[in-house]
Design a protein around this ligand. Structure first.
Ligand code: SF4
Length: 376
């Protein structure tokens, strides 16, 4: 029987596992703290665990991190790690230090099946879901690696955004234990407000997340009407905007923040006109408490799309702000180490022929002027 990777368990899971070994819950708590708070991988390090338990663990369990393929450090302090998840696939995590926080952007899948037009990961197609252990291993690695290099014994990562490769709500069963480990006081102790799940709009799973593990929610909107969103975010054909907005309003009953963040990737001539801004206002004002985050597109050749000019982004933001919508323009970070999320990972072992399908699907919009890859 192959050894169990303890990174796959949230505290309840680890408790159940320890009970199978004849151990009480407080032993699971000790073990969990060693793994996530101290970054231990060797059971012999766990000095307060009984020798008999350590011996049982040696025979049946491991703490197996992800292998790091590469690390890119930007002049602005951003760090991107590329992790090997086997089978020729790699996923990325990005550390973004700021004055008042340090955010880790985490991947949930190798590739992504949603196929958003402006997303480098979407063009690569989908290989497989990550396990809970592979999701949490990204935080485990970043947290303990950074503590060492910064000479810090206290927590480094203050915020996590599930905004890397993949649609987290299409990997729900692995996602939720990973989120619980992030939130657990015996794990990473992050506040619900500081853990964000970003989704392209998997409506039924937004409803489940509200019940199971309500954290901050960001929604990849990118278009103010169904015709355009059907093309940019194909999942919209299944869960159109009205349903998505309804799910967002409903989610706010349990959310740790009193607004939803809408991500809006600014694509030149595609979704960035004054008319689009007006439609956006009509969609959300007095209906969905929200914050709009305008994202400068990070171009990549296969997309056929261009970044909106700064002038246009600012004009778009001004219309929204004047209508009373809280709007920010995302600062681009780590520009010198690569471009769009998913570009570093190269090609995943696509099982969906996503790129071919996208090439067959014409973009119904003619860019009016000269436009970044963004994950959701
Ligand atoms: S934006 Fe998000 S949901 Fe869309 S293809 Fe990229 S990773 Fe998938």
């Amino acid at each position: 029987m192959s050894a169990v990777n303890l990174l796959d368990f949230d505290l309840d899971g680890l408790t159940a596992y320890c009970e199978q070994l004849g151990e009480k819950r407080f032993r699971a708590v000790q073990l969990f703290r060693w793994i996530h708070q101290k970054g231990a991988t060797d059971f012999d390090q766990m000095s307060d665990l009984a020798k008999s338990l350590r011996a049982k663990l040696q025979g049946s369990a491991t703490i197996t991190p992800l292998k790091v393929i590469s690390e890119h450090v930007s002049s602005d302090g951003t760090i991107k790690w590329l992790f090997d998840v086997g089978g020729g696939n790699a996923v990325e995590s990005v550390y973004i230090p700021e004055d008042d926080r340090a955010t880790l952007c985490v991947s949930s899948q190798a590739g992504c099946a949603v196929g958003c037009r402006f997303c480098s990961t979407g063009h690569q197609g989908f290989s497989r879901n990550l396990s809970t252990g592979e999701i949490i291993a990204q935080l485990w690695f970043a947290e303990h690696n950074l503590r060492q290099r910064l000479g810090q014994s206290e927590r480094v990562i203050s915020n996590v955004v599930m905004m890397g490769m993949g649609e987290p709500l299409q990997n729900y069963n692995a996602l939720v234990p990973a989120l619980r480990t992030m939130l657990d006081d015996h794990g990473y102790g992050l506040s619900r407000r500081r853990v964000t799940v970003s989704t392209s709009g998997v409506v039924p799973m937004i409803e489940r997340l509200k019940a199971d593990c309500p954290v901050a929610l960001a929604v990849s909107l990118h278009a103010p009407n169904d015709a355009l969103r059907d093309e940019l975010v194909p999942l919209n054909r299944k869960y159109p905007i009205a349903e998505l907005m309804g799910a967002c309003v409903d989610y706010l009953q349990a959310a740790p923040r009193d607004f939803i963040t809408f991500e809006y990737c600014m694509l030149d001539g595609v979704n960035d006109t004054e008319e689009h801004a007006r439609q956006l206002i009509a969609l959300v004002r007095h209906k969905v408490p929200c914050k709009l985050n305008l994202i400068p597109f990070n171009p990549f050749p296969e997309s056929g799309l261009k970044r909106s000019s700064n002038t246009r982004v600012q004009a778009f933001a001004k219309i929204l702000i004047e209508a009373g919508i809280v709007t920010t323009v995302r600062k681009t970070r780590g520009d010198d180490i690569d471009a769009a999320c998913g570009q570093l990972a190269g090609e995943v072992q696509d099982r969906t022929r996503a790129h071919e399908r996208m090439l067959r699907r014409p973009i119904p919009i003619t860019p009016v002027q000269g436009g970044g890859g963004a994950s959701h």
